[in-house]
Design a protein around this ligand. Sequence first.
Ligand SMILES: Nc1ncnc2c1ncn2[C@@H]1O[C@H](COP(=O)(O)OP(=O)(O)OP(=O)(O)O)[C@@H](O)[C@H]1O
Ligand SMILES: [Mg+2]
Length: 237
Amino acid sequence: MLTLNDIHTYYGDSYILQGVSLQVNPGEVVCLLGRNGAGKTTTIRSIIGFSPPRAGKIIFNTREITRLPAHRIARAGIGLVPQGRGVFPTLTVRENLLLAARNPASFDSRSGRGWDLNAVYAQLPRLREREHHHGNELSGGEQQMLAIGRALMTNPELLLMDEPTEGLAPLIVREIARLLLELKRKKQSILLVEQSLPLALELADRIYVMSKGRIVFEGSPRALFENEDVKKQYLGF
Ligand SMILES: Nc1ncnc2c1ncn2[C@@H]1O[C@H](COP(=O)(O)OP(=O)(O)OP(=O)(O)O)[C@@H](O)[C@H]1O
Ligand SMILES: [Mg+2]
């Protein structure tokens, strides 16, 4: 479904992604792990078109999206939950969600996919309770839920999530983990950037580990769990 083939991404003269290749298959939850500054967000930005790679190819389904403008990549079916959430502070929860709504026709009764306001509220009841509050009146956890709800409202074929549990209290992390497990059960394809190894081990079908702009490990959660070298050297466990 998504293939990154040897991509090289720069910020100005800084050479950040130095040949990243990875793949997400339909219905898979793939985790991308790595320390601060490893290049995880840059990988996400490369996919979504905010920082297009200078070399290499990105293929989504059968189409090359490498240097398409971001809005066209989004419209092709890729949803983003950005690091730092980015909810609109002066709009209400409901307005934030409705502004994102897209592709209601993609409702699939078999998979149960097809997100609208009610479906999002059913999964994230806190958002319904806070429906008429503004983005800037929400707690960090609620903002994160809203960012996820907004991405779901676009009914993405592939969901990119950049550290959705960052900086949240354990109770909220569990709530978000529960939602992620539910999305996995529904066979939502997800590329999830995480710092939490336990969460990645619990959720992922496959895991990539990055360091200094390169992929240094690819394998099953079990293979990573058993690989003391990779855990120590690249993840600090
Ligand atoms: N706008 C920018 N201009 C120049 N360098 C940048 C810019 N954004 C990030 N970098 C650098 O690129 C490298 C990769 O950053 P990136 O944000 O992709 O890391 P990350 O793995 O997402 O880290 P974190 O876990 O802290 O979010 C870092 O060395 C960072 O300092
Ligand atoms: Mg990041």
